[in-house]
Design a protein around this ligand. Structure first.
Ligand SMILES: [Zn+2]
Length: 467
């Protein structure tokens, strides 16, 4: 059989304005691979339909813009130039006429290009969205492959273009972000009291990850730090955020907008949990001075478990009793920390350090344990202001641990930015990619495009399903 597909464009009055053949194909005996349309046929079909529709739309538009808008006199034509416009369904070359501006508007010989003025960006919003979304989630190269495989866009995309477009989208987001402020909590306590009682505290987990630096001038020998976080409301979906703190000028505003999008009230408590690393510890104070800042119990517990295993591994034949005695001491220290008794925990750690110094023989395992205990002592000392009574909080159903922080780093940074080891990043590039990436992961990217291009609104369920 033979299939011919035609597009009919009708006027508002229902008259056929244009009938165009867009595709034609034949089918022989039915085989699984010949049932319905093939991808190649579908691409050709969509491209043909797109061309026909766009030709009609632009013709009608230019028709309406030929006369002078003020006096209706026809404008003199100055010539045509070609305008290349990329859409989800193919690259279009449009003829864009230029005319002289009417004398009733200017005495200077100035020209006007209605179509070029209508389409200042030469990429259709939906294509820009798809490029940004996929490039935020996977490499530029794979993005080009996937979009090229599924859409009739042929070889018009390349990794450099996609990267440029993603950065443009990110710049636009950054531009939209309001000014940085010292404080984002508005009003005063008297006003907050009049607000409805807030929900349970929002929990924000913060952590840092490292990515390869493009220039070697940055610190940490070819690496720089990326801060990521996840905000967990008591109910509803969590949202992640990220930034390069040595580049970002608005980290507080950034966090504020994330929390606000989750319905944070002015009188709502925020609890920050972090691993207590230097940068992150300073940042959480700075991001939200009024909030509660805690060392994530997960990090204490994990380090203690590792030391416990080292103690178990102390050669039992050579140092009988020593291993189990160390284990008991560690248990006691953990108990003090769980109850927020930092003073006794630090005392216990100092005692343990001295006991370990006296132990003999000095095995490799013992050396490792000494080092670990020494580092842990420093860690607890540095973070002592952020150690609450975890036990008490736990009994009251308050957050003591996120445990998500580590996986958040993996989710936000590693998969896209570190696993591809050959990728090197500028601070700006990494920061901007993170903005699009976190919006894509949070399922907010489509809504952002809908705000910029109202014609894209109303297709949100698709993204929510994907997220
Ligand atoms: Zn005029």
């Amino acid at each position: 059989m033979k299939v011919r597909i035609q597009v009919t464009v009708e006027s508002d009055q229902g008259e056929a304005q244009c009938v165009e053949d867009v595709a034609e194909f034949e089918r022989g005996a039915l085989q699984p691979d010949a049932l319905g349309l093939t991808l190649a046929e579908a691409k050709a079909l969509l491209q043909g339909v797109q061309r026909t529709i766009v030709a009609e739309q632009t013709t009608a538009y230019l028709e309406g813009h030929r006369p002078c808008p003020a006096c209706q006199a026809p404008r003199r034509c100055k010539g045509h130039h070609q305008l290349v416009y990329r859409t989800v369904f193919g690259k279009l070359t449009l003829s864009s006429p230029r005319g002289y501006m009417c004398r009733c508007q200017t005495t200077e010989p100035r020209s006007v290009s209605p179509l070029a003025d209508l389409l200042p960006e030469r990429t259709a919003p939906e294509l820009l969205y798809l490029e940004a979304k996929f490039a935020a989630l996977m490499s530029y190269g794979v993005t080009v492959d996937v979009l090229g495989e599924l859409l009739p866009i042929g070889a018009q995309l390349n990794a450099t273009t996609v990267q440029r477009h993603l950065l443009r989208v990110a710049e636009r987001m950054e531009h939209e972000l309001g000014e940085e402020q010292v404080m984002f909590v508005e009003g005063c306590p008297a006003e907050w009291e009049r607000l409805s009682p807030p929900d349970a505290p929002l929990t924000v987990g913060l952590d840092g990850g490292y990515v390869h630096a493009l220039d070697d001038r940055s610190r940490k020998a070819g690496w720089f730090e990326v801060i990521v976080g996840k905000s967990l409301p008591d109910e509803g979906a969590s949202k992640c955020f990220g930034f390069v703190h040595t580049y970002d000028t608005k980290p507080k505003r950034r966090l504020f907008e994330v929390l606000r999008s989750q319905g944070m009230q002015a009188n709502q408590q925020v609890t920050f949990l972090s691993d207590g690393g230097d940068t992150v510890r300073e940042l959480q104070m700075y991001l939200h001075p009024e909030a509660e800042h805690l060392l994530d119990w997960f990090n204490i517990s994990m380090r203690m478990t590792v030391m416990g295993q080292m103690a178990k591994g102390l050669a039992p034949r050579e140092v009988p009793e020593a291993g189990s005695d160390v284990e008991r001491q560690l248990e006691r220290i953990k108990w003090y920390l769980w109850h927020g008794n930092v003073f006794r925990a630090l005392q216990g750690l100092e005692d343990l350090t001295m006991d370990l110094d006296d132990l003999e023989p000095v095995t490799e395992g013992l050396k490792k344990l000494r080092k670990a205990v020494h580092e842990f002592l420093g860690y607890i000392t540095a973070n002592k202001a952020f150690i609450p009574n975890y036990g008490d909080r736990y009994r009251h159903g308050e957050t003591i641990s996120t445990a998500f922080a580590e996986s958040t780093v993996n989710q936000i940074v590693s998969r896209r930015m570190v696993k591809q080891q050959q990728m090197r990043w500028t601070q700006r590039g990494a920061h901007l990619l993170l903005q699009v990436r976190t919006q894509a992961l949070n399922g907010d990217l489509h809504a952002t495009f809908g705000r910029w291009y109202p014609g894209m609104q109303g297709d949100l369920h698709q993204e929510q399903e994907a997220a």
